[in-house]
Design a protein around this ligand. Structure first.
Ligand SMILES: Cc1ncc(COP(=O)(O)O)c(C=O)c1O
Length: 401
């Protein structure tokens, strides 16, 4: 074992008994390079972060420029920082009205927390509604919304009351009543196994929230910024939530999240008390400069259209290769779920894929589903490499699972 790996296992807090443990030397485009010289095709893009691949030159140049100008200067919200202001303005241009006022955070979970606080203050109500299979992050508020009790139970008591309803079941939405401050939903459930809800479900959700006065929060931490074949997944449903939460790709590879709503909604955070929601590093100038560069590339190249085309091509090809009886495939753009008949085969497939130089992983709340979220810039020859390696991985996994 290398000295670095030994130190990693001894000194860095571990999140499971079986970390992947790839020792990373560098990353470029869709590829990771390990210290032993091996290359791995990154089909999860650092878990949905590297939308432009690793080390995009425009993003790196923006980071370098901003680093020379200034790093952190003051707690969020006090000084006028050009990258922050320009990124907020660009997001407001790209999102439908009235989503035009941006609060920047360090992460997805922190943005979820801000959205929950905003909803409580706006409505003066207690309760939240979330969905079975959901994942919204691991702070105690975000975790209270998690749709898998196995993750909530050891850490309770968490924020409450939270009612968990079945996902994609319009009939269950009658439970959204006048006690509910907010309903939080992923427009496609990712850790829940890449579940794509019906138009009816999302539209009925909008209707119930409007009727009951509950704030509708879309968690687009993973689905936002081109991943699903639209710039924002809300476009698939022609529904506008009251608040939208972004993170992951937003910082172009640096930590950045945001929750975005109307002027009136976000104004709640500025009074009674003033400074009732602040952050030191949220909206860091480096992250915002990188995010702005990412948005420029994404919109100039209309990468969501590429995601839509590549997602369809990948799924069609893998379906032919694997056989519909072995793997059920779902996708919206480049958010792809491969559902296997057993958890054993799923795990074996992941291990065999990595052995063959393709990084994939499974999902937290659906043990038979492998979720892919590759860079939106994935190249055709990389897609071919992935298909061949994954076809071989499936054959090998089927033998010993
Ligand atoms: C849908 C969704 N919401 C929220 C989060 C939490 O984001 P973060 O890990 O930046 O706190 C994640 C992270 O995976 C996510 O997938």
């Amino acid at each position: 074992m290398s000295e670095l790996r030994e130190l990693f296992l001894r000194r860095v807090a571990q999140t499971s008994a079986a970390p992947l443990g790839l020792e990373i030397e560098s990353a470029e485009g869709s590829w990771l390079r390990a210290t032993d010289g091996r290359r791995y095709l990154d089909l999860i893009a650092g878990m949905g972060v590297a939308a432009l691949g690793h080390g995009n030159s425009a993003v790196l140049a923006a980071i370098e420029r901003q680093a020379r100008r200034h790093l952190h200067v003051m707690v969020y919200g006090e000084y006028v920082l050009e990258p922050q202001v320009r990124l907020a303005a660009r997001l407001a241009e790209l999102l439908p009205a009235p989503l035009s006022r941006v609060y920047f955070t360090n992460s997805g979970a922190e943005a979820i927390e801000g959205a929950l606080k905003t909803a409580r203050k706006l409505t003066r109500r207690d309760a939240f509604v979330a969905f079975e299979g959901a994942y919204h992050g691991d702070t105690t508020g975000a975790m209270a919304l998690a749709g898998n009790p196995a993750f909530r139970t050891p850490f309770g008591p968490l924020l409450g009351p939270v009612r968990h309803l079945p996902y994609d079941d319009a009939g269950a939405l009658a439970a959204v009543d006048s006690s509910v401050a907010a309903v939080i939903v992923e427009p496609v459930q990712s850790e829940g196994g890449v579940r794509i809800p019906s138009l009816d479900f999302i539209r009925e959700l909008r209707r119930r929230c409007t009727e009951s006065g509950a704030i509708l929060i879309f968690d687009e931490v993973l689905t936002g910024l081109g991943r699903t074949g639209k710039l924002f997944a809300l476009e698939h449903f022609s529904v506008v939530p009251d608040l939208i939460v972004l993170a992951k790709a937003l910082g172009g590879g640096l930590p950045l999240g945001a929750f975005i709503g109307s002027d009136e909604a976000l104004a709640e955070l500025a009074h009674d008390p003033p400074l009732g929601h602040i952050t030191t590093f949220g909206g860091h100038p480096l992250s915002c400069a990188a995010g702005l560069a990412l948005l420029e590339v994404l919109t100039r190249e209309r990468l969501w259209e590429r995601a839509s085309r590549l997602g369809a091509l990948f799924c069609e090809s893998f379906r032919r290769l694997a056989g519909a009886e072995v793997v059920r495939i779902r996708n919206l753009g480049l958010l792809i779920g491969l559902e296997f008949p057993s958890a054993g085969l799923t795990r074996a497939f992941v291990a065999e894929s990595i052995t063959r130089g393709v990084v994939v992983n499974w999902t937290l709340n659906a043990e038979r589903v492998v979720r892919l979220a590759p860079p939106l810039t994935l190249q055709p020859d990389e897609l071919d490499f992935a298909l061949e390696a994954m076809g071989n991985a499936l054959a090998a996994a089927s033998k010993h699972a």
